[in-house]
Write a protein that binds this ligand. Structure first.
Ligand code: WTA
Length: 671
């Protein structure tokens, strides 16, 4: 069925391109039952969705519940879009009540598993994980209670509520409660520190924080409440803190300011009507750090975001409640992936969404596969950084488990190296699960470029084609499309329902960052190329493209060539000032477990890249490292590596870095 074999091509012209000849059509049996079961159907629907975008989206919106129907589907004043103007709806109602109205109240909405295995010191064997299942009825009761508790604390429609919680059901409950009463939430990932909390609280002018005593991560309680306390010594905006008890770790409760979740919900009524919200009312702010400057508060509103995340969830993962689908996205809700594809897009699709609290290697490196086997997960969505870690850990952890329930595998967050893609396909998917490599951003709200599992022929490393309603192109700075396989700027040329509505409190940054690089189009900040099959390939952030001796090299392609060497687990590539070429290529490489770091191997790996991509792409320097510097969401921080490769002091903010000791090690070793 699939074409095997990879070939190399080094072109004398502009780009050096890793040519990929492996193509995987959707399995016939899968396509037969899929919502979108052929490429012809995709093409026909895509054409219509772009040409008559308003007609298309109004039909989708009609599948959901509205208190009042919209008057106008779209008002577009570049760069400001308003969708479903005049419509009144509530996304919490669509996540919960709509299912109950249709008689599905006792169906499972959320399945949650905590990290600790009950006999803590005994590891896996014999121990039982903590599991909670919430039906739509349970969820309505809990959300309504908490919504009333918030109202009792004085929270009103329009107030920004900060949420800093572990991955427990109460996190979903808190966000849905905010949506129910029309208070926009601002969720902060639990791995962030006190100063990140302070920055976001101040930027959002939020005077309430919802947190927990702690959350379990590799057997330790992450001290969330302590971090909040520290943040609140840096700002006096916050008057109210709600604390969920999770780890029973020692914390300090401040009289008059801090309230236990348990206490305020015990007395609250379990009836709370969902507030009819204007389609364009603010649903949430979510901060994205970007590579420089202070975090931007990305704004998403109610109606368009709801409709778009509902449809992308349904089609990208091919969700079918009638087939006992069990969906699991391993992201944290603190990221956009969790907002859109654990909670808001999933619940309206009536498929249970699984939440897991802890680390993939707690207590053992097979925890994810154990979860998939026990819960019979059918759709699995994770990040390339996790996939590369699984590869490094070895397949013995996977072979212990029955993963036959899986039928769609997803990835998001970074370009996936073809090598990691093939591993995912073979080892996790047993060669039978379509892979959906979804390209999108906090700003886009939902999937933009993605295969549809029953329709699209996939190719390792490509996020393939635009979703319905998306007019994507690769252009030069004048906005003209570049040629086939030529690198350029990825833009979106027409508005879509879940596009960001702005940067909170900063109009100028909104315009500068997204609307001033190419006139009239949304620029994502990513470089890309489009191949002869119309498939898109993300080349990395525009800032990461390296020009070597006049050749335009995507860091991504060089990294993929490095990872295709058997000894290499992970790689990052940056440019550095080079006397002769202008810019040289520096590679940072982690090896597969147990392989020795030798000069001979360095040479071999560099030669391997030259063989795969052509001599122009051969790294000038190569450094082995036990790990790469990454943000807490798993993205490689190339900015730091650029400083290290150039022998400069590290510049800019490193507060989002996961493990700071890696940087010191790299600096010491650098030649
Ligand atoms: C990168 C995550 C290649 C890209 C949803 C984008 C990807 C940034 C992919 C947004 C993918 C995300 N292939 N690159 N499938 N998915 N990216 O805001 O550079 O955390 O601009 O949103 O991640 O990251 P964010």
């Amino acid at each position: 069925m699939a074409q095997a074999g990879k070939s190399t091509e080094s072109e004398s012209s502009m780009e050096s391109v890793l040519t990929e000849n492996r193509h995987f059509p959707p399995p016939a049996a899968f396509a037969k039952q899929a919502h979108i079961g052929s490429i012809e159907k995709y093409e026909e629907m895509h054409k219509r969705s772009v040409e008559d975008s308003e007609g298309f989206w109004s039909e989708v919106a009609d599948e959901l519940h509205w208190f009042k129907k919209w008057d106008t589907v779209l008002e577009w004043n570049l760069p400001d879009a308003k969708w479903f103007v005049g419509g009144k709806t509530n996304i919490c109602y669509n996540c919960i009540d709509r299912q109950i109205d249709d008689g599905l109240g006792d169906h499972t909405a959320i399945v949650w598993e905590g990290e600790p295995i009950q006999d803590q010191d005994g590891g896996h064997a014999g121990g039982e994980p903590e599991i909670r299942k919430l039906t739509y009825n349970d969820l309505k009761r809990e959300v309504s209670r908490f919504a009333n508790a918030l109202k009792n604390l004085g929270v009103k429609k329009g107030d920004v509520v900060t949420i800093y919680m572990p991955m427990v059901p109460e996190l979903a409950i808190a966000m849905l409660a905010c949506a129910r009463i029309g208070a926009p939430h601002s969720i902060i990932f639990g791995g962030f520190s006190a100063s990140a909390i302070r920055d976001r609280v101040e930027d959002g002018k939020s005077n309430i924080v919802i947190t927990a005593d702690g959350g379990w991560r590799r057997g330790k309680a992450v001290p969330l409440k302590d971090n909040v306390d520290e943040a609140l010594t840096l700002t006096d905006l916050v008057k109210t803190v709600v604390v969920l008890e999770r780890c029973q770790n020692d914390i300090n409760m401040v009289e008059g300011r801090d309230h236990w979740w348990e206490d305020i919900t015990a007395t609250a009524s379990e009836h709370c009507e969902a507030e009819p919200m204007d389609a364009e009312d603010l649903l949430f702010i979510l901060y994205t750090s970007g590579s420089t400057g202070k975090p931007k508060g990305i704004m998403h509103t109610t109606g368009g975001y709801m409709v778009y995340t509902y449809l992308t969830s349904k089609y990208t993962f091919d969700l079918h409640p009638e087939n006992n689908d069990m969906y699991w996205c391993t992201a944290d809700i603190g990221w956009i992936t969790g907002h859109s594809y654990i909670v808001y897009g999933l619940l309206p699709n009536r498929v249970p969404t699984l939440m897991y609290e802890g680390a993939p290697d707690a207590p053992d490196k097979d925890r994810f596969w154990d979860i998939i086997e026990r819960h019979k997960v059918t759709k699995f969505y994770t990040a390339p950084t996790a996939i590369r870690a699984f590869m490094k850990w070895g397949r013995e952890h996977i072979d212990k488990h029955d993963l036959s329930s899986l039928n769609v595998l997803g990835t998001v967050g970074e370009p996936i190296n073809p090598e990691a893609w093939m591993w995912y396909h073979e080892v996790i998917g047993n060669e039978k699960c379509p892979i959906v490599d979804t390209w999108w951003q906090t700003e886009t709200g939902g999937h933009m470029l993605t295969p549809l599992p029953g329709a699209t022929t996939t190719t390792p490393g490509s996020c393939t084609k635009p979703f319905f309603g998306i007019d994507a192109a690769v252009v030069n700075s004048e906005g003209e499309p570049v040629g086939e396989n030529e690198g350029g700027i990825l833009v979106i040329r027409k508005p879509w329902p879940s596009m960001l509505r702005g940067v909170y409190g900063n109009r100028e940054r909104f315009i500068d960052t997204y609307w001033s690089k190419v006139e009239g189009y949304y620029t994502a900040g990513d470089g890309a190329r489009k191949d002869e099959h119309g498939n898109f390939w993300i080349m990395g952030r525009i800032d990461d493209v390296i020009v070597v001796a006049g050749h335009n090299l995507g860091t991504m392609e060089v990294e993929s060539a490095l990872v295709s060497h058997d000894a290499v687990a992970e790689a990052a590539v940056v440019g550095f000032p080079h006397d002769i070429k202008g810019t040289g290529i520096a590679a940072f490489v982690t090896l597969v477990g147990g392989i020795e770091e030798t000069d001979e191997l360095k040479k071999q790996v560099r030669d391997h890249v030259a063989k795969e991509l052509g001599p122009i792409s051969k790294p000038d320097k190569l450094q082995f490292t036990p790990a790469l510097p990454k943000t807490r969401s798993g993205k490689i921080m190339r900015r730091l590596l650029r400083d290290i490769a150039a022998g400069r002091e590290i510049s800019g903010d490193i507060t989002t870095l996961e493990d700071k000791s890696i940087v010191e090690k790299l600096q010491q070793q650098a030649d």
